[in-house]
Design a protein around this ligand. Structure first.
Ligand code: IVH
Length: 675
């Protein structure tokens, strides 16, 4: 084919495919068969393979996936992604309405009601109509750039083609990505046939899928999206937007997937009625929702009403009550955690509740079992709220079978290794204090290799279990000795050469993981990934951390006495020092790489940034402070040393003055950083 003809055909195929995506995934009115779709896609892929220079970022071929992303860079949201405050009943909604009425001082207002989808919030940035970035919500200020993965969602337009509404199509669209109920079942069926662990619920699977490195797996999961927010990135164009209800209609015109249940209501009574109606039919929807979102319609009024802390005052989520079910608890078993915590678990007759089958529920600790008087054989009410782990709410005493089972009693010894259990003073939990208990070793290794820790792919639950059993793994340091056993491992039954090679690659790659991840991975009690980051950035290397006093740790912003105690104790133990030494020898990162603080002016000082700064972007100011050895924190507390306040600073300023924290202006800050 001549060059021109090829280009024409490629264009034609792309249009056909994008149009088919829209008709199928947004309108649910397909007009071509799957076979035709596949034929067009194959032809396009073939042509793009032959002429790679003709591949564009908005080609539907991008939806197939195949690209591998090793690291998702973090991006700052142009406007923070807030969350919603919750309400649970009619009274909460009436209160909300009262507040709105007061704040709007007699003005008329209307509400838009939408469904509250249960998935993961994302942001899509378009420049001149082209999708240039997709990101997760993250902590609301910063998310992960996951553009490649989002492009696999077929209802997300890759290119916008209606210009009549705005002069330019530089917009940000936000919405919820989710997995439909039947797709979730399919994913789990696949997991089962491949012998992999089943996923607990659709929401977490969705969030996890968005962060997968291999975009073709993302594509295969059939993610969906509903968009619920539009913002023009150009302030003049944004001014043209007046109403949220209209915005949703504009989004529809721009061919975004917008859920069609949204509606305009003129009174809170009508809103309450709508919430009741949705609660009635929500089970029959093909996707999970956990409530209704109520938003003031006028954007001008939204602005007037404003936001507090992390949520807007002009919107509220009406959350449905947690779903409950009745089932039989046939046994109480004990689970041993990575620091030896013994958690009693309720083994239940499997029951389908709110989208998933439940066969276990946490019972927290022995006191909790006593308080609720839970016995084996009891019929119980279980509940699944917004959280993943279901809990036992109540025992149906009148259905207690006879003869009555004796009260639950915590055994004297560990169910796995038989060593004596202890309950430290003031603790609700019992502990197995045998550091070498196989259950603890297993849990510690699982934690160490997890994605947000050392990220060693391939070293899954059953492989770890097997390696422990066969004596290859006794603690986390043994992971780095595994390659020595290459020959033996490769002939182990059930594990192919390829999977072992994969693990070795993962082990090698993990040596590049930054210090903060290592610090998290070694599993110090009470040190989550955020705390590990704070400690790593503050102390910069392991030797500093090992030689620091309890008080010095506690002085670090956001570190409380409980964490300080635990960290201090961890580094004080000889065994742990030996373990760290071995990991050091294995080549892991034990110091913060990158720039050293330029000067130590700000060492030990904590700053909070608030309002809009004139000269610096927030991130730049943050970097300057960190370069000088200081720390930046999100919230004001007694430990804050300075609040750097720009224009329109809000609640943080109020809190700072209440606590007597020094507030500095941008000019004062500039003075401070003059070297
Ligand atoms: S509006 C400031 N609308 O709920 C407004 N959120 O806690 C924030 N969500 O993070 C979002 N359905 O993930 C909005 N129709 C809807 C929603 C919705 C689900 C989620 C979203 C957000 C969380 C708010």
């Amino acid at each position: 084919m001549a060059e021109k003809a090829i280009l024409k055909r490629i264009k034609e195929l792309r249009e056909k495919l994008l149009d088919a995506d829209y008709k199928y995934y947004v309108l649910a009115q397909p007009d071509i068969t799957d076979l035709e779709y596949d034929m067009y896609m194959n032809e396009l892929l073939e042509l793009e393979k032959q002429y790679p220079e003709l591949v564009t970022t908005d080609s539907p071929s991008q939806r197939v996936g195949g690209q591998i992303t090793n690291e998702f860079p973090s991006v700052v949201h142009e406007v923070p992604m807030l969350s919603l405050s919750n309400s649970y009943d009619e009274n909460d909604l009436l209160e909300f309405d009262k507040r709105i009425k007061n704040l709007l001082k007699g003005e008329k207002y209307r509400y838009v009601c939408e469904l509250k989808f249960d998935g993961a919030a994302v942001s899509l940035l378009y420049e001149k109509g082209e999708l240039i970035q997709g990101a997760t919500r993250g902590d609301g200020f910063r998310g992960d750039k996951i553009t490649t993965n989002l492009k696999t969602i077929r209802s997300i337009p890759l290119k916008l083609d209606i210009k009549s509404i705005f002069n330019t199509l530089d917009i940000e669209v936000r919405g919820e990505v989710f997995i439909k109920k039947d797709d979730f079942i399919k994913i789990n069926e696949r997991q089962e046939t491949e012998g992999d662990k089943l996923y607990a619920n659709a929401r977490n699977t969705c969030a996890g899928t968005l962060k997968l490195k291999d975009s073709s797996i993302v594509a295969s999961r059939n993610l969906n999206m509903f968009c619920y927010n539009l913002r023009h990135r150009n302030p003049d164009e944004q001014k043209k937007l007046k109403s949220h209800f209209e915005n949703l209609n504009i989004l529809k015109k721009l061919k975004f997937p917008v859920n069609d249940k949204f509606t305009l209501k003129t009174s809170i009574e009508d809103v309450i009625k709508f919430c009741g109606e949705v609660d009635e039919y929500r089970e029959s929807l093909p996707y999970e929702i956990d409530g209704v979102v109520v938003k003031v319609d006028s954007l001008e009024q939204q602005e007037k009403i404003g936001s507090i802390a992390k949520s807007p005052r002009w919107a509220i989520a009406y959350k449905f009550r947690a779903k409950q079910a009745e089932t039989r608890l046939y046994k109480i078993t004990l689970q041993v955690g990575r620091v030896g915590t013994i958690t009693p678990v309720a083994e239940l007759d499997p029951i389908f509740l709110a989208g998933s089958t439940i066969s276990r529920a946490t019972l927290h600790n022995a006191d909790e079992i006593k308080r609720k008087d839970i016995r084996e054989g009891d019929y119980v009410i279980i509940e699944k709220g917004g959280d993943v782990i279901p809990k036992v709410v109540e025992v149906l005493k009148n259905r207690r079978p006879k003869p009555v089972h004796p009260e639950f009693k915590m055994p004297d010894s560990c169910p796995v290794c038989n060593s004596l259990l202890v309950r430290p003073e003031g603790e609700a939990n019992y502990f197995c204090i045998n550091f070498l208990c196989p259950a603890q070793v297993q849990a510690r290794i699982e934690h160490f290799v997890a994605r947000n820790a050392m990220d060693i792919e391939g070293l899954g639950y059953s492989i770890i279990e097997r390696f422990i059993k066969d004596g290859y793994l006794k603690d986390i340091t043994d992971i780095y000795g595994l390659p020595k056993h290459e020959k033996e491992l490769k002939v182990l039954e059930r594990f192919g050469e390829k999977s072992i090679d994969n693990i070795f690659k993962g082990i090698e790659r993990s040596k590049e993981r930054p210090f903060e991840k290592v610090l998290f991975a070694i599993g110090i009690r009470h040190v989550g990934d955020r705390t590990a980051r704070i400690l790593a950035r503050h102390f910069r290397n392991i030797d500093n951390l090992c030689n620091v006093s309890r008080e010095e740790i506690e002085h670090v912003h956001e570190i409380g006495p409980k964490i300080a105690e635990s960290v201090y104790e961890f580094f004080g133990k000889k065994n742990n020092r030996i373990l760290l030494d071995r990991l050091k020898k294995a080549g892991l990162q034990f110091e913060v790489t990158g720039e050293e603080p330029k000067a130590n002016k700000f060492t030990g000082l904590t700053f909070v940034l608030t309002g809009t700064l004139e000269k610096y972007k927030r991130d730049d100011a943050k970097k300057i402070i960190e370069d000088f050895g200081g720390t930046v924190s999100a919230s004001v507390s007694k430990k804050t040393d300075f609040v750097l306040a720009g224009s329109e600073a809000g609640s943080k300023l109020v809190k700072a003055s209440k606590l007597g924290v020094k507030i500095i202006s941008e000019q004062e800050f500039e003075e401070m950083i003059k070297v």
